[in-house]
Design a protein around this ligand. Structure first.
Ligand code: FES
Length: 317
């Protein structure tokens, strides 16, 4: 995970059109200092003036060290995040950023890398492509959009022969052939995918027989429902406090209601900011971050969405 800094003040210094319903937003620190360094796959928290906090992937790790750029698509079902940003944020607005964090790191030593992006999932994938191109690595990208106006970074991508575009509307409605792409890749390749849930499901299915550690995935939204069964106790080892988690509440809600100082952001199991060390007990993992091996080891858990299979969880808090 990328080193995380305390939230810091920034100014929105530019808004640029990237594709239909998608803009690029550039931020710079008010104090003029460089941004915390990032690696491809990293995302930041944007603390919005309406009290919301949202996570967005950075589009480049190779550009101006004094600026962060994120690509944001206006979601028609927006609950106030992307809609607020598109409709209300103006160049010059001051707000706070948190992070960066990286739950989707790039293995730069892979013999070959296959990048798959769907829609706005292009943002971390494009960041990775720029890095691989700079390294002179062996890589390919498959970028799928419903219609051509939705394609972002088209000028840059069209100069790269190893980028293949798939436009659903121009392919007789056929979706990107993910099993075919996986089957055609050289042995030992690493795969990365970010896109809508149906694409991620198809990707998980197509890559399930790959060697462990070769399949990498980034979710923007929760895949599983939060654990709300309750009926277990949680003990905080450092403070000695103990709480009962009732049905209908997450562990995070119980701790927050009790005034325990815990960090969190997305509350959907996708950002990693609430990751907490487990001392004993068996978590019921519901996040999209831990790998299968990490879930089995249960050294940590995301307390915003995961619960407990044991009667007692002891956490390093
Ligand atoms: Fe984002 Fe828990 S708050 S994973």
């Amino acid at each position: 995970m990328t080193e995380q800094s305390a939230p810091f003040d920034v100014r929105l210094t530019a808004i640029r059109y990237a594709a239909q319903d998608t803009n690029l937003y550039e931020f710079r620190r008010l104090d003029g200092a460089p941004m915390p360094p990032i690696a491809p796959g990293a995302h930041i928290d944007i603390h919005l003036p309406n009290g919301m906090m949202r996570q967005y992937s950075l589009t480049t790790a190779e550009g101006d060290p004094n600026a962060y750029v994120v690509g944001i698509k206006k979601d028609r079902a927006s609950r106030g995040g992307s809609k607020f940003i598109h409709d209300q944020l103006k160049v010059g607005t001051v707000l706070q950023l948190g992070g960066p964090r990286n739950n989707f790191p790039l293995d730069e030593k892979a013999s070959h890398t296959v990048l798959l992006a769907g829609g706005i999932g292009i943002t971390p994938i494009w960041c990775m492509a720029q890095r691989l191109q700079k390294l002179g690595a062996s890589w390919e990208m498959h970028y799928s959009c419903r219609e051509r106006p939705e394609v972002a970074f088209i000028d840059e991508l069209s100069k790269l022969p190893n980028v293949k575009l798939h436009i659903d509307a121009e392919s007789n409605g056929k979706f990107l052939d993910i099993p075919g792409i996986v089957a055609a890749a050289p042995a030992g390749a690493h795969f990365y995918c970010c896109g809508p849930i149906p694409m991620l499901n198809a990707y998980e299915e197509a890559t399930k027989s790959l060697p462990e550690g070769h399949m990498h995935i980034e979710y923007f939204t929760a895949k599983e429902a939060a654990a709300l069964d309750g009926g277990y106790k949680v003990r905080l080892e450092r403070s000695g406090q103990e709480f009962t988690v009732p049905p209908g509440k997450t562990l995070l809600h119980v701790l927050r209601d009790a005034g325990v100082d815990v960090s969190y952001s997305c509350e959907e199991g996708v950002c990693g900011s609430c990751e907490t060390v487990v001392i004993s007990g068996t978590p019921d993992h519901r996040d999209n971050i831990l790998t299968e091996a990490e879930r089995k080891a249960s050294k940590t858990m995301m307390i915003c969405c995961s619960g407990s299979k044991s009667d007692l969880l002891v956490l390093d808090l």
